[in-house]
Design a protein around this ligand. Structure first.
Ligand SMILES: [Zn+2]
Length: 322
């Protein structure tokens, strides 16, 4: 065949190939567009759902499920709620100092402060904790319950530590059945502390914190009424903005406690300038005593100043949920 004869079929082949390629390209492009649209809409809907549900869980958790829970389950979700709220407050404190004042605590204009607070003691762990505090020349706060050994209370006061009130029984059912039940329990521990150590304390921490929801099982609105009444009667109550999870983690070790303390103190490398740290001092909380020196060393290395709560200490309040 001559060259002239070859040009026409080859041109047809080339044109046909381009045509097929162009059609294939258009088809593929359209298919991709459809896929992208559907996948992006599914991503955004997932995002919306997860952010809404996490907001709901941090702001109004266990509100729908709490009715079906046993008190033990409710206590667990209560503890989780407290942890979630502490985190929530943490993120607020980093975002805006104005919000902090409104919702939780006052940030000092200069310096960094840590308040070590021990709940649920005194116990056989108290002398060891007092020893470490004395050795380090540090003041802390003990929110106490009933213990038959009055010597522990005396020793806390003699060492110049703050002796404050937690509850007599620490029995949620008794304490949160009504406002009267709460105050009869508070009066009992208050009288006992007076008798044991000669102190008339007006500094209080509520079992489960003021934001606890387990109290709903016993009396709706009791936390709101109790906190109002506390202030009317001249008491100041204190929650916390950091914790070590010693009372809520089974068989926790001293190193885990320190790790938890760090995670509540430094968020994305930013240190909170004001730490109200929840620790426990019941007879079971030996790991907390074992971790104490490392906790002190940690805060010292970051330049924190140690403080005990006094009647002048500004409030640290969580948002009431009941
Ligand atoms: Zn407690």
């Amino acid at each position: 065949m001559s060259k002239k004869h070859l040009i026409l079929p080859w041109t047809l082949v080339v044109l046909l190939s381009f045509g097929i390629a162009a059609l294939l390209f258009l088809y593929q492009d359209q298919k991709n567009n459809v896929q992208q649209t559907s996948s992006s809409s599914s991503v955004s809907s997932t995002n919306t759902q997860s952010s809404v549900s996490s907001d709901v869980s941090s702001i109004a958790p266990s509100s729908s499920s709490s009715e079906d829970q046993t008190p033990e389950q409710a206590l667990q979700s209560d503890i989780e709620l407290a942890a979630a709220q502490t985190q929530l407050m943490t993120s607020i404190s980093i975002k805006s100092s104005r919000l902090e004042n409104e919702t939780s605590y006052v940030v000092p204009s200069t310096g960094k402060y840590v308040y070590l607070t021990f709940d649920d003691g005194p116990s056989e762990n108290t002398p060891g904790v007092l020893e470490i505090l004395k050795k380090n020349k540090i003041k802390a706060t003990f929110f106490v319950v009933y213990n038959k050994n009055k010597e522990y209370y005396r020793q806390i006061v003699e060492d110049g530590q703050t002796l404050a009130l937690h509850t007599y029984t620490h029995d949620y059912k008794k304490v949160y059945s009504s406002v009267n039940d709460y105050f009869s329990d508070l009066d009992k521990i208050s009288d006992y502390v007076k008798e044991a150590a000669g102190i008339d304390s007006r500094i209080v921490r509520l079992p489960g914190g003021s934001s606890n929801t387990i109290s709903r099982h016993y009396c709706k609105g009791v936390m709101t009424s109790v906190t109002e009444e506390l202030q009317k009667r001249g008491y100041s109550y204190y929650d916390w903005n950091a914790q070590c999870l010693d009372a809520t983690t089974e068989n926790i070790t001293a190193s885990q406690i320190l790790k938890n303390v760090k995670s509540f103190t430094e968020i994305n490398g930013v240190q909170k300038p004001y730490i109200m740290l929840l620790l426990h001092n019941a007879s079971t909380e030996t790991a907390t005593k074992d971790a104490l020196q490392s906790i002190i060393d940690y805060y010292r290395s970051l330049g924190y100043q140690f403080e005990a709560i006094t009647p002048d200490t500004p409030a640290v309040h969580m948002t009431l949920q009941n």
